[in-house]
Design a binder for this molecule. Sequence first.
Ligand code: CP
Ligand code: NVA
Length: 306
Amino acid sequence: MKRDVISMLDVKDDLFEILDLAAEIKRKQKAGEIYEPLKNKTLGMIFEKPSTRTRISFEVGMTQLGGHAIYLSPKDMQMGRGETVADTARVLSRYVDAIMYRAFSHDIMLELAKNATVPVINGLDDVEHPTQILADLLTIREHKGDFKGLKFVYVGDGNNVANSLALGAAMVGMDFYIACPEGYEPNAYIWQKAREIAAENGSKMEILRNHVKAVKDADVIYTDVAVSMGQEAEAEVRERIFRAYQVNEELVSHAKDDYIFMHCLPAHRGHEVTDGVVDSPNSVVFDEAENRLHAQKGLLVKLLGE
Ligand code: CP
Ligand code: NVA
């Protein structure tokens, strides 16, 4: 049976195994050891939206593991001229060993996965961004040692990144708080799932309105853009609503002294976060970006290795 990773829920049972594998693969790479378990394997990568980190880290990751990745843009494929997603999935499955898909719609993501006979990895859609969260967890563990007892505070839109973070935090037992305006909470189904998992792990999950109170004594502060890809029509309203939620020097002064600042990037500097915070010694955003590579290599080996 092929295994898809569309949601963080798809890695719930072996999340720590994947993180450990990623850490070991990172160690190998830093030590200059060649590790090519995916020789002759090909990853097809379909991007409906732009990408810097996801595209490059998957492509470089496949190369380093001895395999190959192909960048596919719908507008250059027959998909852009009306070939169905289902047929595209069936055809690609005859050529490649796995498909990474960055999609506008979660439903189309599911449609592709249903029709592909090879594993499908969600490289971001409008509901989740699981490969980002694998890298985020790896980064938190590197900087904080352990997850238990950490206060993780997400400030901003309850978007795809926030949804996957809520699930990821619950799975590793961090206390998860999101400070967001009314109407911009995480997906209700995902939030419910995350609460159930957190209850099993004895950790807290809470939605708050006051971001200043939320970040008090935080170990991790995380934010993301107010306007995600595909929400451009709402840009003006969103920018206005989220202005009050900016992560700036005053806000982070309420966190613990050794708090870390995280952002999936790209950052919209001067909007959801100030230069002073992104460029501060507490910021780990570039470690986090680097860990996309290592975390995804762990995932790829897990899905495609012998
Ligand atoms: N964080 C992230 O997914 O970045 P890209 O959009 O550049 O891939
Ligand atoms: N929430 C953002 C994340 C970008 C990596 C978006 O979907 O555009």
